[in-house]
Design a protein around this ligand. Structure first.
Ligand code: C2E
Ligand code: SIN
Ligand code: SIN
Ligand code: FE
Ligand code: FE
Length: 516
């Protein structure tokens, strides 16, 4: 038995007489009882928008799948069905619909058991005066429960959204590089929207195309070769329109030229392309792919836009930083070229071979690496070695280029050259860390050097290393006051100064490292 009746089809919850409109499902084998229930509810002021009367499990399942019922009124026992079995089906389907049992005779035990298994109330057939008030109360309570569920769900969504945004924000402000930030962003996108894959294409201003930057969840690496001109492919279309593009079914889509690589290697079905725009400037496109068909709710779309705004800002900021660091690198290169110019000028004045400065620099670097220096500190050693005798620019020619022995006064003047170097270079921020060698390369291990007579570990290691390189190179070179020495003589000299002029551990290092 399955009756249906429809009072009218308007969609609002109250009709024009302000009567409550309800959809009611009745589980009942007696047509007269069904009609009686409808009659009583209408009389109490309800408009029955829809009602159905069913009497077995299959009909109930089918009816419940329509998901339209405001209330269920069920006979306790039917020939092929009963209220406990109906409640079970309701629970299986996780539906929260007021369920009111109506019965001819119902013992107290049965009543208690019914309530326990989830019925909201029970009524005797011979006293249905409570029907309308009970229905009214249950509708009200169901509404309250529904609102509470909705609030909880919204709270959860809000919490998840805030967590995702916070995670991305933290990545942005902790100065990670662009790829790391985008990776974290994509992780959040995949987790939050429950999609299979996502990537970011960056707008390359110079080449005027969208270039793959980073992606997650792809089985193929071919995507990494993506280059799209504006307007090309889905992403290019999103970029040119500055609008989100949604393709529900990529394989059956022929509105646009599909980027063929995408289709071939990963059989994705649904696609979203979101333009990343900051202050009207395109910075890239965020793409989302899912193997199964999917569509985002309005709410999810709004959130996708928030995430995309973050992505756009991150790309904009970090690209600015990248450009700055490229500019900085260019500036450093320009400085370094200037330093080499100075060193070269000094070599010429000193009547040295053109590559003297480069020679002592290269050997110093080699020894410094062997001594464990690395990274920035090697750069400082390189600059320091290049500039070690820059202070000699202040020494007059008649002393510097004197063919014979120096007088004590002349020697005193020449011994000022490390101090001149310190005075000139220390105001230059960029050269401050490179001062050890220019300032300390004439200090001696036993404390008999100049300008400060430092000894042993008071002398910076870089300067102790350089001192050997300097003497090694000076003695092998011709000077205005003497001829160049033979290699063996120089070696012998260095060994004889072990522990006097030179640090013994650096002499060992030198012997192991230098190629004669
Ligand atoms: P430089 O000629 O480049 O020498 C650097 C260092 O190598 C010297 O530091 C010294 O430790 C060592 N060295 C160079 N030539 C000799 C040498 O013939 N015998 C020995 N035993 N060691 C040598 P130092 O002595 O502090 O000299 C610093 C700078 O002063 C020299 O740089 C050079 O420009 C100048 N200088 C030193 N002695 C004379 C000299 O007798 N006549 C002239 N015209 N200049 C000198
Ligand atoms: C300096 O370059 O400041 C001198 C090195 C030192 O004595 O520590
Ligand atoms: C050079 O001649 O420039 C190297 C020796 C020194 O430091 O005086
Ligand atoms: Fe010197
Ligand atoms: Fe020198």
């Amino acid at each position: 038995m399955n009756f249906t009746s429809i009072d009218n089809l308007s969609v609002s919850n109250t009709d024009h007489n302000n009567r409550m409109r309800i959809n009611i499902l009745i589980i009942e084998d007696s047509p007269s009882d069904y009609k009686l229930i409808l009659y009583l509810l209408r009389k109490a002021g309800y408009t029955i928008a829809r009602s159905e009367c069913i009497d077995d499990a299959d009909q109930l399942r089918e009816a419940l799948d329509q998901r339209i019922w405001n209330v269920i009124i069920s006979d306790y026992s039917l020939p092929h069905f009963n209220a406990p079995a109906a409640l079970k089906i309701l629970q299986e389907k996780e539906l929260d619909i007021p369920f009111i049992v109506v019965s001819g005779q119902i013992g107290e035990d049965t009543a208690v058991e019914m309530m326990r298994s989830g019925a909201h109330d029970y009524l005797m057939k011979d006293n249905l005066s409570r029907l309308a008030p009970v229905v009214e109360r249950e509708l009200r309570e169901a509404q309250v429960r529904a609102e509470r569920r909705k609030t909880q769900k919204q709270n959860l969504i809000q919490y998840q959204q805030l967590t995702a945004l916070y995670t991305i924000e933290s990545a942005i402000i902790s100065n990670l590089d662009l790829d790391k930030v985008l990776n974290i962003l994509l992780e959040q996108v995949i987790k939050y929207f429950e999609v299979d894959a996502a990537d970011v294409l960056i707008w390359d201003k110079n080449r005027e195309c969208l270039v793959y930057r980073t992606g997650l969840g792809f089985h193929s690496t071919l995507l990494q070769y993506t280059h799209l001109k504006i307007g090309e492919g889905y992403a290019g279309k999103a970029a040119v329109d500055k609008k989100i593009i949604y393709i529900p079914d990529i394989l059956n889509d022929n509105t646009l030229l599909l980027d063929s690589m995408k289709a071939k290697n990963d059989p994705f079905t649904s696609y979203y392309g979101v333009p990343l725009v900051v202050k009207d400037n395109l910075t890239g496109v965020l793409e989302i792919f899912h193997h199964k068909k999917f569509e985002l709710s309005q709410e999810s779309l709004a959130f996708l836009i928030s995430i995309s705004n973050q992505a756009a800002i991150a790309i904009d900021n970090l690209q600015l930083l990248e450009q700055l660091s490229i500019k900085n690198k260019e500036l450093t290169n320009a400085y370094d070229a200037t330093l080499e110019g100075w060193a070269h000028a000094l070599d010429i004045r000193h009547k040295e071979s053109v590559d003297h400065s480069r020679r002592v620099t290269d050997l110093s670097i080699k020894l410094a690496i062997a001594a464990g220096f690395s990274g920035e500190s090697l750069e400082h050693i390189r600059r320091g070695a290049l500039l070690h005798d820059i202070g000699k620019l202040a020494i007059p020619d008649h002393i510097l280029l004197k063919p014979g022995k120096l007088t004590p006064e002349e020697r005193m003047i020449i011994q000022q050259h490390p101090v001149y170097a310190f005075d000139w270079l220390s105001p230059i921020e960029y050269l401050k860390p490179a001062l050890d060698i220019p300032y300390c390369h004439h200090e001696k291990w036993d404390g008999s050097g100049y300008p400060r007579a430092l000894s042993r570990n008071e002398i910076p290691l870089a300067a102790r290393i350089f001192a050997i390189v300097d003497v090694w190179d000076a003695l092998r070179s011709e000077r205005p006051y003497r001829a160049a020495w033979q290699v063996e003589k120089v070696m012998e000299y260095i060994l004889s100064e072990n522990g006097k002029h030179f640090d013994p551990s650096v002499v060992d290092l030198f012997m192991d490292t230098v190629e004669l």
